[in-house]
Design a protein around this ligand. Structure first.
Ligand code: GLY
Length: 407
């Protein structure tokens, strides 16, 4: 087992932690560590939490998002879902701010016969995986959501798939992190991770005022989302295989007192997330276009057409906002968490479609490793070395007990 002394300077009474990326995962880890007495600095190239964390819809949807062959990820997602209510209570108390966690449940609906067949396939998969979901007729779906189109012919109801307002989550996490003594460095780019003799020494930062400030740290947490791969100083084999997957989204304004929807609803090709204040989030395209940030007519057309077919009442709603986000997607769509072959270098990236859902378990698992040296069984299958194993390499303990990689 790797120990905390392996992952940081054992002589330091208050470990110095540098977190690259102040999104929800970086802030969540930082909050836990600062609350435990560590000195924590979180760096963000923009404003904290304004990249993928802000662009997300806040769905906590382990069951609705399940894909064939992703049982290990499902397990992590379900564990994350279980701890969400406790995490919300703790965060709202620490920050004094609401995050609008809602447990109305999620519905996936079908419009055509083909959709219904695809939905039946999803339902059979969910049932095989022992997930708590119910099949709905079209009438039952409309009993739950009366404004759905009469063309809705079937649905799945997942009572355990919930939602949180991810933007409120960002604000609350930043507040809790700073209240615990953590420092956020906005508009500060990490140019390089300083690694010498197989252990981290800190990071090299740059902002508007100055270039190349060396910031010493015993532990560096790489939580830079889609930007995690290209930071100087990382040995090639420790560059996480994470790429940006573009998503276009928009929001409409409903009457908060008479919303068109109460559940999160997934019609074919789109998902709809109603917020307490009447915002209706509509997402999202899935595009392999790197960091392209353009909103396109085609993207908006697809989202609005797919929404309108299931929920015709949207024609009267005003458009609030349109935006683009970049999912941090790993080679196997699962997150990359925990220790690496470099002492003190810790990963918390690659969360793909599940960054908000996985925030509490990432915060708990990664901070536990840093504080106690224990790789939590929940995150153990998600360490970086799984990719080396798949390439025919195997992980081996280095002489000092760290994970290393041999061909
Ligand atoms: N989890 C929703 C999305 O990635 O669009």
């Amino acid at each position: 087992m790797q120990t905390a002394q392996n992952s940081r300077n054992g002589n330091s009474p208050t470990p110095r932690i540098a977190i690259i990326g102040a999104g929800v995962c970086g802030l969540g880890i930082g909050w836990r560590l600062a609350a435990a007495g560590c000195t924590v600095d979180a760096f963000d190239q923009g404003e904290p939490g304004r990249a993928a964390s802000w662009a997300a819809a806040g769905m906590l949807a382990a069951r609705a998002e399940v894909e064939p062959g992703e049982e290990t990820l499902l397990d992590l997602n379900l564990k994350a879902q279980e701890i969400w209510p406790g995490f919300v209570a703790e965060l709202e108390s620490a920050s004094g701010l609401p995050v609008d966690y809602r447990d109305d449940g999620t519905m996936i609906v079908a419009l055509t016969r083909d959709d219904a067949e695809a939905l039946r396939f999803t339902y059979d998969l969910q049932k095989r995986l022992d997930l708590d979901v119910d099949w709905l007729s079209g009438i039952e779906a409309r009993q739950r959501e009366p404004f759905l189109s009469p063309n809705v012919t079937a649905g799945i109801y997942s009572p355990g798939d919930h939602q949180v307002d991810n933007r409120k989550l960002v604000i609350a996490l930043q507040r809790a992190f700073e209240a615990a003594g953590g420092a956020v460095h906005a508009q500060t780019t990490i140019r390089a991770i300083d690694i010498a003799e197989d252990r981290v020494r800190g990071v090299v930062a740059a902002n508007e005022e100055s270039d190349d400030i060396h910031h010493a740290a015993d532990v560096v947490v790489l939580a830079a989302g889609a930007w995690s791969r290209d930071i100087d100083g990382l040995p090639t084999e420790l560059r996480p295989p994470v790429r940006p997957v573009k998503g276009q989204m928009l929001s409409l304004r409903m009457d908060a007192d008479a919303p068109l929807l109460r559940h999160v609803v997934w019609p074919p090709g789109v998902y709809l997330v109603p917020r307490n204040d009447g915002t209706l989030i509509i997402g999202a395209t899935v595009e392999e276009k790197g960091f392209d940030g353009d909103l396109t007519a085609g993207g908006m057309l697809d989202l609005l057409r797919d929404t309108w077919e299931a929920l015709p009442g949207i024609t009267e709603l005003s458009v609030d906002e349109m935006w683009v986000g970049h999912r941090p997607t790993s080679r196997d769509d699962a997150p990359i968490l925990g220790p690496t072959g470099v002492e003190g270098l810790i990963m918390a990236t690659g969360h793909h479609r599940n960054g908000i859902l996985l925030t509490p378990i990432t915060a708990n698992g990664v901070s536990r490793y840093i504080l106690e040296g224990v790789v939590d069984p929940a995150i153990e299958p998600f360490t970086l070395d799984r990719f080396a194993k798949r390439r025919g390499k195997r992980a081996r303990p280095a002489p000092d007990g760290k994970l290393g990689v041999v061909s």
